[in-house]
Design a binder for this molecule. Structure first.
Ligand code: SF4
Length: 166
């Protein structure tokens, strides 16, 4: 097993790295505001894409929930599911679309069990991915809060009835 695969399957270090980057980015927010979000986005998105693509196979959805999904990118699911697996997971835990690939939600759940800080967030309901944010720096959409906004015409995730809560 390569070092990268080992890190992905034992994500405690990646979780710490996420936490440190989160602290750094929020600390830098006043400077980023002075630079301007649009300009900062132009400067940041290239390096964010290169780094996250290399480590997480990131697809630059602009609305990052990695820390809530076992440091496993949900956009690498062929169906881009953001709230757990579809009904097609094979008996061996592999994907119904790509039989050679382990279901990313099986991986996400197993990995989340090794994450002391964010591991429980795998139980959070995520809003549908907003495709209008594709290609943007997810760190910046987090700072502006745009990643949590419900686009006009959509139903907010808090308005969705959860079976059992009716
Ligand atoms: S959730 Fe989005 S931003 Fe985060 S790694 Fe996956 S594609 Fe990239």
């Amino acid at each position: 097993m390569g070092l990268l695969r080992h890190l992905q399957n034992h994500p405690a270090f990646l979780e710490k790295l996420y936490g440190a980057t989160h602290t750094a980015v929020t600390t830098l927010q006043p400077i980023i505001e002075r630079i301007g979000y649009e300009r900062a986005n132009r400067w940041l998105k290239g390096s964010e894409e290169r780094t996250k693509r290399a480590i997480f196979d990131c697809r630059m959805c602009g609305q990052c929930i990695l820390h809530s999904t076992g440091m496993t990118c949900p956009m690498s699911c062929p169906k881009n599911l953001r709230n757990g697996p579809c009904g097609g997971v094979r008996a061996n835990g592999h994907c119904e679309v790509k039989p050679e690939m382990k279901c990313i939600w099986v991986e996400a759940f197993e990995r989340s069990r090794q994450m002391p800080t964010y591991g429980e967030e795998i139980l959070h309901i995520q809003p549908p991915v907003n495709r209008q944010l594709e290609g943007e720096s997810a760190w910046l959409t987090m700072l502006t809060g745009v990643d949590k906004q419900t686009p006009k015409g959509w139903i907010g995730v808090t308005e969705v009835t959860v079976i059992g809560n009716r």
